[in-house]
Design a protein around this ligand. Structure first.
Ligand SMILES: [Zn+2]
Length: 376
């Protein structure tokens, strides 16, 4: 009996090993920053071990022909609200392997965060509870959230998030409801930075965007809706401050659609796209995010639509791909993902066609690997 078990185990180990060393050959690579025209990438035990036109094939179990295809880092989504593991599964299937939560129920998030090493689930990075005012935006979803009445509450709020071991801090400024004062937002950002966490802010008005960025916010999780920013103002802001923007164009356009007439007072689609272009030209990193499940947006393929909108805004295909990969992993300091580089996790997408020329090719995902294992 013992012998049989041992044999079985040996077979199992061999089988695991057998899927563990492979090469994707003759493939065009977008490495998270730039294009490598025709090369091969070797993966050993879930990690990218070698990249080059002629690489060592000894000890590999399979060579995948990458001709006519593009290899790129797995996507990330910089703005989600995930409530169940199925959401993370839907993301992973579409090649989205890292998702940034922007407000949720901390106790519920624990189990989902533990799926970070499971092949068929996206890694879940959380804000936990967002900072908001009593009766403010974020309090209406049917679960109790801690609220802040003034700057004096900032320290306690951040201490509680640290205790919950959140990855980043989310703040809500939404004047259509009761909202946090500028002083409170400034205090929360300051306390977040003291504990080495980035603070990102929900805004919908330009004046709030300028105010929170002046108070050292690290990023905005939406583009403003109301007025275009003046070139000079953007120039000085982007010179003085370091920040990124997650425009959530798909979300905003869907929100306008659902508002009907009431959306008349906001910018039109072309103006929103122009704002993104201006930010990009000013050197502000643009990050792709879609805010699911709001407005029935899904956790997976709808991110492709956001990438297309960023392309429509005038970002080059390479800049769009960065917005969906390395811009996000760098902004949120995610380790070993977001690039096709030696030593990084083999979090990879193999795409049919040339996605570095035509962004819509992203819809033709051939294979998704998470740490070198195929996502089903
Ligand atoms: Zn959101």
């Amino acid at each position: 009996m013992k012998k049989i078990t041992l044999l079985f185990l040996t077979c199992l180990v061999l089988q695991l090993y057998a899927q563990d060393h492979f090469i994707i050959a003759n493939v065009k690579v977008f490495d998270g920053e730039a294009i490598i025209e025709k090369t091969s990438v070797r993966i050993d035990s879930g990690v990218i071990s070698e990249i080059g036109a002629s690489i060592d094939t000894i000890g590999t179990d399979s060579i995948i022909d990458g001709s006519g295809k593009t290899l790129m880092p797995a996507l990330s989504n910089a703005h989600v609200h995930a409530w169940t593991p199925q959401s993370l599964q839907q993301a992973a299937t579409a090649g989205v392997l890292n998702v940034m939560d922007m407000h949720g129920v901390e106790p519920f998030q624990l189990g989902m965060r533990q799926l970070k090493d499971s092949t068929n689930y996206a890694r879940f990075y959380v804000a936990g509870y967002a900072a908001t005012a009593p009766e403010g935006h974020g309090t209406q979803f049917g679960f109790p959230v801690p609220t802040l009445s003034g700057p004096e509450d900032a320290k306690t709020f951040i201490e509680a998030r640290v205790k919950a071991n959140v990855d980043h801090i989310k703040i809500i400024v939404e004047p259509w409801k009761k909202t946090l004062s500028s002083e409170t937002v400034a205090a929360v950002i300051k306390e977040a930075h003291k504990v080495k966490k980035i603070a990102v802010v929900h805004v919908s008005r330009l004046e709030d965007a300028i105010d929170v960025l002046t108070n050292n916010a690290d990023g905005l999780v939406h583009i403003w809706w109301d007025n275009p920013i003046e070139e000079e103002q953007l120039k000085s802001l982007s010179k003085e401050k370091t920040f990124f923007v997650i425009p959530t164009l798909l979300t905003t356009l869907k929100a306008f659609e659902s508002m009907g007439e009431a959306a008349q007072k906001f910018m039109k689609k072309e103006q929103l796209l122009a704002e993104v272009k201006k930010l990009h030209q000013a050197g502000v990193p643009i990050l792709a995010g879609t805010d699911p499940p709001n407005l029935s947006i899904n956790y997976g393929t709808d991110l492709y639509k956001e990438l297309q909108l960023l392309r429509d805004a005038g970002l080059s295909p390479i800049e769009v791909l960065k917005a969906g990969t390395s811009n996000i992993t760098r902004a949120f300091s995610l380790e070993n993902t977001g690039y096709v580089k030696v030593g990084y996790n083999a979090d990879l997408l193999l795409i049919e066609g040339d996605v570095t020329e035509e962004i819509s090719a992203i819809e033709n995902v051939n294979t998704v690997w998470k740490k070198g294992a195929k996502v089903n």
